[in-house]
Ligand binder design. Structure first.
Ligand code: SD4
Length: 310
């Protein structure tokens, strides 16, 4: 499949439509990606990104976001920020500088305040309720990324420029201050307009062990086709984790090359992702992993109706 935009998870459907409309109106790839990510951040129905995201084990919403501009290799990221309405905007802002690219918690919040970004209480009543229900049974070693809890990663490519934006609240019930792969260049995302881009979602601790986004872009650099690159990197990494005796958590990846070819892979039964294609359509696909054999298909309406994640 080919497209201008690709995003993790079904929840990104409207945001990809938004990005496509912006591109049609002549917006830059950066504007299209940022506005698309913001659409997910602003929707309280999605429990892992921006407003409405699930909190850490102290009941506080801590958000991570990153942006990488494939033209300049400029990247920016914020980690563990509270009450910044659109963390992706601050990450994008930071990608323009050669220093101070990654800011954490208080420093990031102070920067955002000085630069005039909007602040808002990000904890919804529903997220608070889920937190109270969950509190009785947490095992820090078993925290998982799924069960309706997913990071948005959006890659956009206008043929000459590629970029990637990522936004997440990380893992539900994480320790305060915990940071996953999402805001880290090479792990959560990587973009190079001479090659392509990749992004990851799932258990950050396991994704970081393989710097998966960078690893996929490296394969693209050596002319491995994009679907193959996603599958090879994921399978090799899962095998490596298994050899170390470490049972890997959930991991899914997306990637795009500069010819707009798209790939996706997962170690889950099914991983939904959305493509804004070359004909102007917005299409939901699922990557399916059956006994380590990957396929990418369009889901049936019955599958969509039964889907319970974001
Ligand atoms: C993290 N990778 O913080 C993120 C969480 C995620 O789907 O992707 N959830 O580890």
């Amino acid at each position: 499949m080919k497209g201008y935009l690709v995003a993790t998870w079904k929840m990104a459907f409207e945001s990809i439509q938004k990005g496509q409309n912006l591109l049609k109106e002549g917006a830059t790839i950066h504007k299209a990606v940022i506005e698309a990510v913001k659409t997910v951040e602003n929707n309280p129905l999605y429990h892992s990104v921006g407003y409405g995201a699930l909190p850490n084990c102290d009941g506080e919403v801590e958000l991570d976001a990153a942006y990488m501009d494939g033209d300049t290799l400029g990247f920016g990221g914020v980690m563990g920020v509270k009450n910044i309405k659109n963390p992706i905007e601050v990450a994008y802002d930071l990608c323009h500088y050669k220093r101070n690219s990654l800011l954490t918690a208080g420093g990031a919040e102070e920067y955002a305040r000085k630069r005039g970004y909007e602040f808002s209480d990000m904890l919804t009543d529903e997220a608070k309720m889920r937190y109270e229900e969950q509190q009785k049974n947490i095992d820090m070693e078993q925290l998982e990324a799924y069960g309706g809890h997913d990071t948005v990663c959006i890659i956009g490519n206008n043929g000459s420029s590629i970029a990637c934006g990522v936004s997440t609240s990380g893992l539900f019930m994480k320790l305060p201050g915990r940071v996953g792969d999402s805001p880290l260049i090479g792990s959560g995302c990587y973009a190079d307009s001479e090659i392509g881009a990749a992004a990851a979602t799932g258990v950050g601790e396991d994704i970081m062990k393989g710097c998966l986004s960078f690893a996929i872009v490296e394969k693209l650099k050596h002319q491995v086709p994009v679907q193959q690159a996603c599958e090879d990197v994921l399978n090799e990494h899962i095998a490596r984790l298994n050899r170390s005796g470490h049972c890997p958590g959930s991991i899914s990846v997306i990637a795009m090359d500069m010819d707009h070819n798209i790939g996706a892979a997962t170690n889950q039964n099914a991983f939904p992702f959305v493509v804004g294609d070359m004909e102007g359509n917005t299409v939901l696909y699922i990557a399916i992993n059956e006994d380590n054999k990957m396929s990418v298909i369009r889901p049936t309406q019955a599958w969509i109706d039964a889907y319970e994640g974001d």
